[in-house]
Ligand binder design. Structure first.
Ligand code: GLC
Length: 433
């Protein structure tokens, strides 16, 4: 009898103890996960280099990093991240974000504020970029890994062969050189085209369009709560893009179906184009050992129309940590590694990325290996941002659809821009309330 009472007392005690332990473990900090997941996209060679860097970070710190390989296309990368973030998943812990959608991520409260980490030296970054993209409502939410700007790649050997002494300054020069050289080269290479650029229906099309439009003194204007897209300058610039494909035929027909960064890069790299519009990353790949155009390529600012300046869209990728990460401290260590002078210098030398850190640009080895950093400083200092709005991607999607319809011949520039303006205005109205 007594022993039964004693054992039920012990049972009650054990249950209490268990409950207390459960309660305490619930209140206390959960230990960080031992592994972090880093999500990043890009060209295959870029992803391979991330793998190398991750290996070095692991050896140095003992922190295990899983690389989540994303595609190159920025829209697909964004969708991939949003799926996890909306679901509150702890992975990926840390990722790169396009400057174009940072506003949306910040406004959605998906990013861990970085302000508490006071061992970050913010002075080394470009102040303008930090203010434009990385601060949200007084908090630091990301930091720039690299800065992109649209550039004109050209075949120096072909300009020489046909007697053109410098790259084109205006779009009409680009067209003239393209027509002459395309005709000549087609005699031996029927697949040769004058100019490749990004015309597929995705974010890259907007980056390209903003350059044509901006270099005709146009662009996206916000005025008293109105968004203005349908202007003579924008119509003309859009008509020129259409004409490159359908009238002058110096850009291939798949410009509007397939051409994104990698498609344009490989087309040019195979020796099938005279000019290419792309970001700085293409430089290292064109110069790689197995590249047919190695040693034959020059790099310049983009051409402009007679009334406007040369315009290059501000792009680039920023690193941030998910609010839902279960390894924030380790992710932060990784972030510091990516942003260190040493890693940023290697990203410049290996991948020809324009680093987010200013101090890499004055490094002697970098200056010698990438003389265009200095030569094109004017271009990089005047990069033109896309509208920095939490709902920018919605406006961009509207424009992508209508502009791509012009490039495919299914709409006129006037119709497309006025329809895009009407639709974009409904988005502005919805979010402005
Ligand atoms: C590059 C740029 C990015 C831009 C994208 C468009 O990745 O860095 O800002 O949105 O291209 O395709």
């Amino acid at each position: 009898m007594i022993s039964t009472r004693l054992s039920s007392l012990r049972l009650a005690e054990s249950i209490c103890l268990l409950l207390i332990l459960l309660f305490l473990s619930g209140c206390g900090q959960k230990p960080e996960s031992t592994t972090i997941t880093f999500a990043v996209g890009g060209a295959p060679a870029e992803l391979d280099f991330w793998q190398v860097l991750i290996g070095e970070f692991q050896d140095r710190t003992g922190i295990k990093v899983d690389l989540l390989r994303q595609p190159t296309d920025t829209d697909l990368r964004r969708q991939g991240l949003i799926t996890s973030l909306k679901a509150g998943r702890s992975d990926p812990d840390v990722f790169l974000m396009d400057v174009a959608w940072l506003g949306q991520f910040a406004a959605s409260d998906w990013l861990e504020p970085l302000d508490t980490h006071n061992d970050l030296d913010l002075d080394v970054f470009f102040e303008k970029v930090l203010n434009l993209a990385d601060r949200y409502q007084g908090h630091l939410i990301a930091l720039p890994v690299y800065v992109d700007g649209g550039l004109l790649y050209y075949r120096q050997d072909l300009l020489n062969k046909y007697g053109f002494d410098k790259p084109p300054q205006t779009w009409s020069e680009l067209l003239r050189y393209s027509l002459v050289i395309q005709k000549g080269e087609r005699e031996t290479n029927p697949d040769f085209y004058g100019f490749v650029w990004q015309g597929a229906q995705y974010e890259g099309l907007i980056c390209n369009w903003l350059e044509y439009a901006g270099s005709n003194a146009g662009g996206i204007v916000f005025e008293d709560g109105r968004i203005i897209l349908h202007t003579p300058a924008n119509v003309q610039a859009t008509q020129f893009m259409h004409a490159l494909i359908h009238i002058h035929k110096v850009s291939p027909p798949n410009t509007y179906t397939e051409m994104k960064e990698e498609e344009a890069r490989t087309f040019f790299q195979q020796g099938n184009a005279l000019f290419e519009r792309n970001w700085p990353y293409a430089w290292a790949l064109h110069q790689s050992e197995d590249s047919p155009v190695r040693g034959k390529v020059g790099l310049a600012g983009l051409p402009h129309f007679s009334v406007g300046p040369s315009v290059s869209t501000l792009g680039g990728w920023h690193i941030g940590i998910s609010k839902h990460s279960d390894a924030k401290q380790k992710s932060f260590e990784f972030m510091k590694f990516v942003l260190s002078f040493e890693t940023q210098k290697r990203l410049a030398l290996e991948l020809s990325w324009n680093p987010g850190r200013r101090d890499v640009y004055t490094d002697q080895q970098v200056i010698a290996a990438l003389p265009h950093f200095t030569r094109l400083r004017g271009v990089f200092e005047n990069l033109r941002p896309r509208p920095n709005l939490p709902y920018y991607t919605l406006i961009s999607q509207v424009l992508q659809r209508h502009l791509n319809a012009v490039l495919s011949g299914n709409s006129s520039a006037t119709e497309a821009l006025s329809a895009a303006e009407r639709e974009a205005q409904t988005i502005v109205d919805r979010y402005a309330q």
